[in-house]
Design a protein. Structure first.
Lengths: 200, 200
């Protein structure tokens, strides 16, 4: 299809598609003449991914470039793949130090692979910000929140394991993380009302 | 304490405190002269709440005004109180229609009090956006995510029930929702790596 048709199918204007091409987040189409190129289904999927990351994930074009570079040459192991996805997503690497409390928590949950990485530092920063704002967040509560998110992550990992290739798995993790975050937060609020009514 | 001391204690500049006073999100201090007023612990707590909502919750001053109005005249029942908190928080009332799938899900979870409200519409919109971006999100997966968030919400409700007054419960819910959201999302990413390593 021509770029105008790619715009129609994806709902993304031609000038935005040209911006994606210039920024290297959308691969060039197959040249059919000096000024025309042909785009396929892979382009449609890539445009949807970029759009979702920009609109809902608040991911910068620079970060999207590292995500699509990883998509185009996926890392060999699934664990590295998660690392690539997580490092590229915003808001995760905020903070530099890992508190002893967070390290102990992750250790006790058996999550020993990430006790000293950027994700643990991001959690340390989020916990500190909540407490500074006046949320008590006792260690036992933090642990129960972690157990709840383990149940959510089990779904995430099962979905990623169904992927047919490493690139597909990476796309699934990145998109699933960014786009399911708002679903989880909406569910949390509904569950608060549901649980409150049950005890009511 | 004087406004300069309130600024020092909270780390919020005097000109920002004056803006909060003008916008009605910070109640005036007790006048001690024509140009001076005295502020107390309640002001310190209020400034921290407003600051957290602005910086981490992305809540507008208008929405903060409705939150603090609710704080100053809390609704009689805990269920109404959650409704006040949720309506004031951003990103929840996006969307207008509730899908049959979401209504059935909430019904089957026993959360019948919110099957037709703005929270259910917000969930419908979040699910639709995820699927439009290419996330499969099968109904069985959505249900498992809901069960995970029920476990998180049980912690939320227990914390709110410890509050000594309706105003304190409202403050706890608003602050706990906004400030614990990033903690949960950080935990989700860590749990993805942890669960993936367990299965790896």
């Amino acid at each position: 299809m021509r770029i105008s048709e790619l715009a129609e199918v994806t709902g993304v204007p031609v000038h935005t598609l040209k911006f994606y091409l210039r920024e290297g987040v959308l691969p060039p189409g197959a040249a059919t003449s000096r000024t025309r190129a042909d785009y396929g289904e892979a382009h449609v999927e890539r445009v949807r991914l970029v759009r979702a990351l920009v609109e809902h994930g608040g991911v910068s074009i620079g970060d999207i470039r590292s995500i699509v570079e990883a998509l185009d040459s996926p890392p060999p192991s699934r664990h590295e793949l998660l690392g690539v996805a997580h490092r590229a997503l915003p808001g995760v690497t905020a903070g530099a130090e890992v508190s002893a409390e967070v390290a102990d928590l992750l250790e006790s949950l058996g999550w020993t692979t990430c006790t000293d990485g950027p994700l643990a530092a991001g959690l340390t920063a989020a916990v500190a910000a909540a407490r500074a704002a006046g949320v008590e967040l006792a260690p036992a509560e933090l642990r129960r929140y972690a157990e709840a998110m383990r149940a959510a992550a089990e779904v995430d990992v099962e979905v990623a394991l169904r992927a047919t290739s490493a690139a597909d798995a990476l796309r699934t993790v990145v998109l699933g993380t960014v786009m399911v975050d708002p679903v989880l937060l909406a569910l949390r609020r509904i569950a608060q009302e549901g649980v409150s009514a049950e005890r009511g």
